[in-house]
Design a protein around this ligand. Structure first.
Ligand SMILES: Nc1ncnc2c1ncn2[C@@H]1O[C@H](COP(=O)(O)OP(=O)(O)O)[C@@H](O)[C@H]1O
Ligand SMILES: O=C(O)C1=C[C@@H](OP(=O)(O)O)[C@@H](O)[C@H](O)C1
Ligand SMILES: [Mg+2]
Length: 175
């Protein structure tokens, strides 16, 4: 089965986790853009981001996205939460394939990422407040990029994969 789809959404939405599971289920390669970048630069996103600053990270992310999107054939691509910030990236994603927005409320995102130290933008005294700010800025951009919105809420990862497969018309509707 050849599917080309990209997952966008806030940090903690489940792009990396759901994307890997979806790719395994369908049997296509999976690329997590952050992991791909970490391999390319030989350092963690957090250290690169903190040493070089956000603009340089965004440049790197844009270059990486353009390169990964050129890979032909079936592919599930999990982006980083800020990949939609630049208009050219949004165009690359739309051209790449079916873009799905994994949506969750900031309060649910916070529960998923509150103990995580790998996300540079959330290393603040008040990560929930930061998530709310990021959500307000980005929700319109995710919606403008994606063809559909998948509400993640309390849904288990397997349930979300089923839902995405139905969106991609790879699975029959539930009885
Ligand atoms: N649907 C879900 N329900 C509960 N926990 C989830 C769900 N999706 C992801 N998680 C957990 O939330 C955390 C963040 O998920 P991750 O895939 O890294 O998100 P993203 O790549 O969108 O930032 C991980 O610990 C993951 O196991
Ligand atoms: O929201 C963001 O700007 C970022 C999200 C991260 O990816 P996740 O969305 O997988 O956390 C990673 O790309 C980087 O830390 C920046
Ligand atoms: Mg991720």
């Amino acid at each position: 089965m050849q599917i080309r789809c990209a997952l966008v959404g806030m940090p903690g939405a489940g792009k990396s986790t759901v994307g890997q599971r979806l790719a395994d289920r369908v049997g296509v390669p999976f690329i997590d853009l952050d992991q791909w970048l970490e391999q390319a630069i030989g350092s963690s996103i957090r250290s690169y981001f903190e040493a070089q600053g956000e603009e340089r990270f965004r440049d790197l992310e844009s270059q990486g996205l353009a390169e990964v999107a050129r890979q032909p054939g079936g592919l599930v691509l999990a982006t980083g939460g800020g990949a939609v910030l630049r208009a050219p990236n949004r165009a690359v994603l739309r051209q790449f394939g079916h873009v799905l927005y994994l949506w969750a409320m900031p309060e649910d995102l916070y529960q998923r990422v509150k103990h995580d130290q790998t996300r540079p933008l959330l290393q603040t005294d008040d990560p929930l407040r930061r998530l709310r700010q990021l959500y307000a800025e980005r929700d319109p951009l995710y919606r403008a990029t994606a063809r559909c919105v998948i509400q993640t809420g309390q849904a288990a990862v397997g349930t979300l994969v089923d839902c995405i497969m139905r969106q991609l018309e790879l699975a029959p509707p539930p009885p």
